[in-house]
Design a protein around this ligand. Structure first.
Ligand SMILES: [Zn+2]
Ligand SMILES: [Zn+2]
Length: 111
């Protein structure tokens, strides 16, 4: 089997071009947080980019189909990603859970 180099760090070995090595995946999952104050769209965009780098949970390809969205329940906001991959993988990835802020429910904070 041919070996390829991780496109993120240029060091780790990966089975296919465009994949990210194990160390980079762990690093991405552990350390990559969206910026403070980012709106929902930015938060989702951030995690979608991250999950694409990490690749499909089953086969590792960055080329999977997905839908991202938010769900609010009991004062918490869930950022989720539904993945549908050509390898047959079909799963939900919980990206982040946040406590809702006043502006999320349309209340303006008064002075
Ligand atoms: Zn790497
Ligand atoms: Zn897959």
């Amino acid at each position: 089997m041919m070996e390829h180099i991780c496109f993120r760090c240029g060091k780790g070995k990966v089975p296919e071009v465009g994949h990210t090595c194990k160390e980079c995946k762990l690093d991405l999952e552990a350390n990559s947080k969206p910026p403070e104050g980012a709106n929902d769209e930015d938060v989702l965009g951030h995690y979608v980019n991250q999950r694409v780098l990490i690749g499909c949970r089953e086969c590792g390809t960055p080329d999977f189909g997905y839908e991202a969205g938010t769900k609010t329940e009991k004062g918490l906001k869930y950022f989720v990603l539904f993945v549908r991959c050509s390898c047959g993988a079909n799963y939900m990835d919980m990206l982040e859970v946040r406590a809702m802020r006043l502006e999320d429910v349309g209340i303006e904070e008064s002075e």
